[in-house]
Design a protein around this ligand. Structure first.
Ligand SMILES: *Cc1c(COP(=O)(O)O)cnc(C)c1O
Length: 715
């Protein structure tokens, strides 16, 4: 008797850790606040030191802590409750099944170079990855028949550090499989799956991993295996790295290797979504395959592939549209025209804007557009710009008839919303609000949140953000010995009662991170007003090879250290999802000042709105659709940037004017309870008007209705 009672808890506890490993093994935990809190509590020191990585925390769990948890009945109950929630999530009948029943035709396969699912898996560089990660999460929540293909970038993307001179340095730490929830895929024989991807004269081997994002499997290709030559092993080390030859091989791996993987897994694919042009070689592979296997003509095979392909273009910036030297393409695709019965010229015409133009490079965007019946930009304005930009592909057609539509981007609400904001909305919008997040009626109830409740919560988020900044900046200064700053300076930065502006994004030059310094004296006056102070928190990485972007960071660091700015301007190094989450919860205003119309969508401004943050932005990307005059401000009256310095001056002047005349006075106008009544009305307006539209549930449903469903019917 005594023996069994002693033994039983031990047995139960052993399986508690199995359950924990199962929870950590599905990225669902990252958008379930209760699961996140549970995993964070297992072994906080290792969790915090590893980009909030629950797999690492479990791996490093010391025996003592393990015994302590094993004896903790509350902990055990919580593990079981969260595990039951995960199981329920995976088994429930989601929206898609209720609405469309079982999908008989097959899945949508989504191809993307980068995915930002959680900061512990740094397989992304910026907005494209964030969008892809958020898309998968909503596809999972809604239950779409969906799989995703990407690459396991073992050294990720740059982990930015700022050196003592205020310059960006780049590190690429290795993300070992044991610190990920990735599971290596096995072939039919039960041995690890190996693909052979032909790259010109070489045969490159690849393995594949599976990462569960809720219900959606994300398959990640990886060439870093002993069978490969050193050069091919490095192919999947660093995202967006390497010379042109490396890049084309990476894209062959994604498009062609990705398709081979789906074949090896026996996945029935009804629709392919090419998220950016990087994966466009996929279409070539599918066409040739149909001709060989189904004995279809080139015309029939091309029609089939085109009718089942969706392509999303993500940038109007020419350099963002991938292209290759034709000779480089010939090195890898000399056999392809012969396989399908085309001449070399006819083949290259597929990827040219103008047929027969030998001056043109091989463009991945034209190739994707030519082989996808369904194509879109990522905001209404971007759709229009993309139609103008790619109009020459359809000579003779008026621009309005160019077959490129738009689906405006959104964000995955539960990924970006502070857990205590989720709790507040549970109280005022009802427990199921997240399922109905794409309806305005759901958010309309925000008007019942008492002003003082919303303001108190907002102040808490701001204080958390400031504490986070001080800790990070102290560590930054201590490590880098940044000239002109001492570690103790970190405790004097930022003021919880000051109007706080956030600016964070990739430091691509067109985003103009330093625009607000154009008249530095005027900015200093605004920031240092004794009664109405303003402060700005910056973050963002430059691409490691982008000297222009790096120069902007250096300039920003120089300004930020000047005595007039050092308490009011902060640069947080290594912008990633955790930094973003802190910023979007705690700032009052989100600033965005790109050169219009170069920002295709931009999604970061949608995240503060989830907490009532207000946008102060150029009317570019999504903002012309989002701005209603009460949920934020428009800089620059919708003028396009003409590439001149005068245009920068005009936009900067408008920014200063808005700050001086509108934003600062509105923030500091307080009622007799000390509350900013008019500002709170704006916060609630932002909450009621932006999240119901700019969320990925709406976005994914729109892709389904406009593109996936018709493409699947064509399959
Ligand atoms: C939201 C987000 C982005 C995208 O920002 P944009 O404004 O769309 O450029 C990039 N990086 C991180 C870490 C983000 O959270």
């Amino acid at each position: 008797m005594a023996k069994t009672t002693r033994r039983q808890p031990a047995k139960a506890n052993r399986s508690d850790f199995d359950l924990l490993a199962e929870i950590a093994g599905n990225l669902w935990w990252s958008w379930n606040p209760r699961a996140t809190a549970l995993l964070a509590s297992v072994y906080p020191p290792a969790y915090a030191a590893s980009d909030q990585n629950p797999v690492t925390a479990l791996r490093k769990l010391p025996a003592r802590r393990r015994r302590q948890l094993a004896a903790d009945a509350d902990f055990s109950r919580e593990v079981r409750a969260v595990h039951a929630e995960l199981r329920k999530y995976l088994r429930s009948q989601p929206w898609y099944a209720q609405k469309h029943g079982k999908s008989a035709r097959g899945v949508t396969a989504y191809f993307c170079m980068e995915y930002a699912v959680h900061e512990s898996l740094p397989l992304y560089a910026g907005g494209l990855g964030v969008l892809a990660g958020d898309h998968l999460k909503s596809a999972s929540d809604l239950g779409l028949p969906f799989v995703a293909i990407g690459i396991y970038w073992k050294k990720g993307y740059t982990r930015q550090r700022i050196d003592k001179h205020g310059r960006q340095t780049d590190r690429f730490p290795t993300l070992a499989p044991r610190d990920t929830p990735l599971v290596e895929l096995k072939g039919k024989s039960g041995r690890p799956l190996r693909l052979t991807v032909v790259m010109g004269k070489d045969k490159v081997k690849a393995r594949a991993w599976r990462m569960d994002v809720g219900r959606v499997p994300l398959y990640l290709l990886d060439t870093d295996i002993p069978e490969n030559k050193a050069r091919d092993r490095r192919l999947t080390h660093v995202l967006y790295s390497g010379d042109r030859d490396t890049r084309i091989r990476q894209e062959i791996l994604l498009g062609i290797g990705g398709w081979q993987l789906l074949r090896a897994l026996g996945t029935k694919v009804a629709c392919c979504h090419l998220n950016e042009g990087h994966a466009a070689f996929l279409s070539l592979e599918r066409i040739a395959e149909r001709m060989t296997q189904k004995r279809e003509s080139l015309g029939a095979a091309t029609r089939y592939v085109t009718n089942t392909s969706v392509f999303t273009t993500h940038t109007p910036v020419p350099a963002g549209n991938e292209e290759f030297d034709p000779a480089l393409v010939d090195r890898y695709f000399a056999a392809w025209p012969k396989r399908v019965g085309l001449t070399r010229e006819e083949f290259h015409d597929l990827a040219r804007v103008k047929a027969g133009n030998a001056e043109e490079n091989f463009g991945m965007t034209p190739l994707a557009l030519r082989t996808s019946k369904y194509a879109n930009g990522v905001a209404a304005l971007h759709g229009k710009i993309a139609r103008e930009m790619w109009k020459p592909l359809w000579p003779g057609r008026p621009v309005t008839k160019v077959p490129i539509g738009h689906v405006t981007n959104g964000v995955h609400t539960l990924t970006w919303m502070h857990p205590r904001m989720v709790e507040l909305l549970d109280e005022f919008l009802g427990d199921d609000w997240a399922d109905a997040q794409d309806q305005a009626a759901t958010w309309a109830h925000c008007k019942y949140i008492p002003d003082d409740v919303l303001w108190d919560l907002h102040q808490q988020f701001k204080e958390e953000l400031i504490a986070f900044c001080r800790k990070r900046v102290r560590a930054q200064i201590t490590r880098s010995k940044l000239t002109g700053m001492k570690p103790a300076d970190a405790d004097r930065i930022l003021d919880p009662d000051a109007l706080t502006i956030g600016f964070a994004r990739r430091f691509a030059p067109y985003k103009r991170a330093t625009l607000c310094f154009r008249d530095a004296a005027r900015l200093a006056k605004i920031l240092n007003d004794r009664h109405r102070p303003v402060q700005i928190i910056f973050a963002g990485k430059a691409h490691p090879a982008d000297a222009g972007g790096k120069a902007i960071i250096e300039e920003l660091m120089r300004q930020a250290r000047a005595p007039r700015f050092r308490r009011r301007i902060v640069f947080l190094e290594d912008y990633e999802m955790d930094v973003a989450r802190h910023m979007v919860a705690g700032v009052d205003v989100w600033l965005n000042n790109p050169e219009r119309p170069r920002e295709a969508s931009g999604t970061s401004g949608m995240k503060p709105a989830l907490h009532g943050g207000l946008n102060l932005s150029i009317l570019d990307g999504w903002w012309p659709e989002g701005c209603n005059g009460r949920n934020g401000w428009a800089i620059g009256k919708g003028r396009d940037h003409d590439g001149t310095k005068a245009a920068d001056d005009r936009d900067a002047a408008d920014l200063y004017r808005l700050l001086e005349k509108e934003v600062v006075p509105a923030y500091y106008s307080r009622d007799r309870h000390g509350l900013p009544g008019a500002w709170l009305a704006r916060m609630k307006n932002a909450l009621m008007t932006i999240p119901p539209v700019f969320n990925t549930h709406r976005q994914v449903k729109e892709y389904l209705a406009k593109y996936y469903a018709p493409a699947m019917r064509n399959a």
